[in-house]
Design a protein around this ligand. Sequence first.
Ligand SMILES: [Mg+2]
Length: 278
Amino acid sequence: MKRLIVFDLDGTLAPSKSPPDVVISLLLHDLLGMVKVAIISGGSWPQFQMQLLPKLHADESLDNLYLLPTCGTQFYRHEEAWTRLYSEELSPVEKAKILASLQQALEVTGLAPERAWGDVIEDRGSQITLSALGQRAPLEEKERWDPDFSRRKRIAAALEPLIPEFSVRIGGATSIDVTKPGIDKAYGIRKLRDILEIPLSEMLFIGDALFEGGNDYPARQARVDCIPVRGPDDTKLVIETILACFGGDGEAEAAAPERQREGATPEEAEAAAPAQAA
Ligand SMILES: [Mg+2]
């Protein structure tokens, strides 16, 4: 049995830069009652504070939750409040080179957007992130911009030779993350292993970008067991399955049939929830 369930945030637990819905919140709460959970994102701690924390049930179950912003270059756990264990930052010289190279990659590819909502390039301390349409772009605009990752693959291809000493990764809906080499979700996973003393073989990783070049791919390379999802609805089914394996009987299950009635034909709902059909 797995001792630690690790989730990506954007595109896995929640739509990009948006809060998780009420079903995910309930399912996470049930899961935290049974097993340790970690959430690793390229996003910054302020992003976690805005997007995720208000949706978590504030009770002792949070003691089982570990939050790793910027791929685990920061690590938070809950004691009486959220407490940071450490933070690892890029130097000012490193940041300046990355910022200039990102600008150059946008120019040479001609992929700088005509319109942006908020900052396009964000300094997250240990990571510089390009959000091609800006930090506050509407979700529907973001989903339309690069659904097949082809634009970001072109930007990344232009960027990599400019900053070979750094690591370039595609993530989120419109974003490219730049970090020191070796800072990726595998880095965060190894931090979890060392700090929580849980071997990689006893972890399960769930993410929407587990394909080669995606920002969850390092988890697979670290040989952690992985479950790819296409979005939060897939993630709900995965959590429900894990809960069933743990013998769970939480409040979220009450919300599940409602959701299945909304979204699926009776046949699909039955196939998705054989335990409830039985
Ligand atoms: Mg993701």
